[in-house]
Ligand binder design. Structure first.
Ligand code: NAD
Ligand code: ZN
Length: 361
């Protein structure tokens, strides 16, 4: 009997550099929860970071934690109070679930609620496992024409939606995106989807820029900011000048910073047109030296971005209507039994980090 209960294969980080595939107990859904058989789970940069360092900033691993927060699966049981889902439903999972109905929750910005539950953020377990329970209200039905993989990619896509909403991207916007990692690329997809007329994107890697082109970037720029190539490619002000040049001499209305690198935040301030908006998505050092007076006297609004809120319905609708295509973000697939190998693979920086690992039952 006890053996049968321990059949929930899970990817667990025990400490920095200590990742294991372990059999955990089969979870039981509470009254407002559903039990899910997981299907596709993406590996995020943060999963890799917890594995490599055992912490991200103030979030420190105290006990072993299941990784994974980009996920989709099938409902296999529902709690007594759940009415909108039934066994067999295919769902995408929103990993952040507010724990109390505080002021942030009441005004719709529940991502800012300090007590929020979030998959694979200590001490909360993630969803890279065979069976997982989650709040039913944060599981969204997938239409037949949206795959599980796409369902898992709703999570990173949501970061792009929230960033573009915070930045005010709309029809005709000129947008500058710093960084062509998975997050820069979802910002690109969403900005184009929201009607941006021109998007310029930068990265240190020409391979990543090639991917950005494939996904619809109008202009790509190789960056040297903060790197050894800086001498030949120029510093932040040079980057700002090159961005405006791409746009025919007009600076971008909006900049979306997706690297967290100090030199890139500097370049993003310089690059943004007076009266424009810069959103900070990338997470870098706690303190940075920035041309803040330049931002002040040119009325450049600098806005933070923390995950997302109210994005799943819109993201699923965008995917169902084929308005946005996230499939090119998937580079590799692994069965759950090879999850450790999948993590070794994403560690290689030239690969995209969002390739969902197929969790096969
Ligand atoms: P990533 O590391 O895969 O991508 C970052 C990209 O930036 C890389 O391609 C790198 O080559 C490029 N880069 C680094 N320095 C550069 C420079 N000087 N000039 C140009 N490009 C440069 O990471 P990711 O998964 O795409 O995430 C991007 C950032 O967003 C990370 O800092 C991550 O922590 C953050 N993030 C924030 C949120 C949020 O809620 N705000 C959510 C998810 C990720
Ligand atoms: Zn993530």
């Amino acid at each position: 009997h006890e053996m049968a209960a321990l059949n929930n294969t899970s990817v667990v980080v025990y400490a920095a550099k200590d990742l294991r595939l372990v059999n955990r107990e089969m979870p039981v859904p509470g009254p407002n929860e559903v039990l899910l058989k997981m299907h596709s789970v993406g590996i995020c940069g943060s999963d890799v970071h917890y594995w490599q360092h055992g912490r991200i900033g103030d979030f420190v691993l105290q006990e072993p934690m299941v990784l994974g927060h980009e996920a989709a699966g099938t409902v296999c049981a529902v709690g007594a109070s759940v009415t909108h889902l039934v066994p067999g439903d295919r769902v995408a999972i929103e990993p952040g679930v507010p724990r109390e109905n505080d002021e942030f929750c009441k005004n719709g910005r529940y991502n800012l609620s300090p007590s929020i539950f979030f998959c694979a953020t200590p001490p909360d377990h993630g969803s890279l496992c065979r069976y997982y329970t989650h709040s039913a209200s944060f599981c969204y039905k997938l239409p037949d024409n949206v795959s599980y993989e796409e369902g898992a990619l709703v999570e990173p896509l949501s970061v792009g939606i929230h960033a573009c909403r915070r930045a005010g991207v709309s029809l005709g916007s000129y947008v500058f995106i710093c960084g062509a990692g998975p997050i820069g690329l979802v910002c690109l997809l969403v900005a184009k989807g929201m009607g941006a007329a021109k998007v310029v994107i930068t990265d240190l890697s020409s391979e990543r820029l090639a991917k950005a082109r494939e996904l619809g970037a109008d202009f790509v720029l190789l960056s040297g900011a903060g790197s050894e190539a800086e001498a030949s490619l120029g510093g932040p002000q040079d980057m700002a000048r090159r961005v405006a040049e791409c746009l025919g001499g007009t600076p971008p209305d909006i900049s979306i910073e997706c690297t967290g690198a100090e030199a890139c935040v500097q370049a993003s301030i310089y690059a943004t047109r007076s009266g424009g908006v810069l959103v900070l998505v990338g997470m870098g050092p706690k303190l940075m030296t920035l041309p803040i007076l330049n931002a002040a006297v040119r009325e450049v609004d600098i806005r933070g971005v923390f995950r997302y809120c109210n994005t799943w319905p819109m993201a699923i609708a965008m995917l169902a209507s084929r308005h946005v295509d996230v499939q090119p973000l998937v580079t590799h697939r692994f069965p759950l039994s090879s999850a450790l190998e999948a993590f070794e693979n994403v560690k290689i920086p030239r690969l995209l980090k969002s390739g969902p690992a197929d969790v096969k039952g």
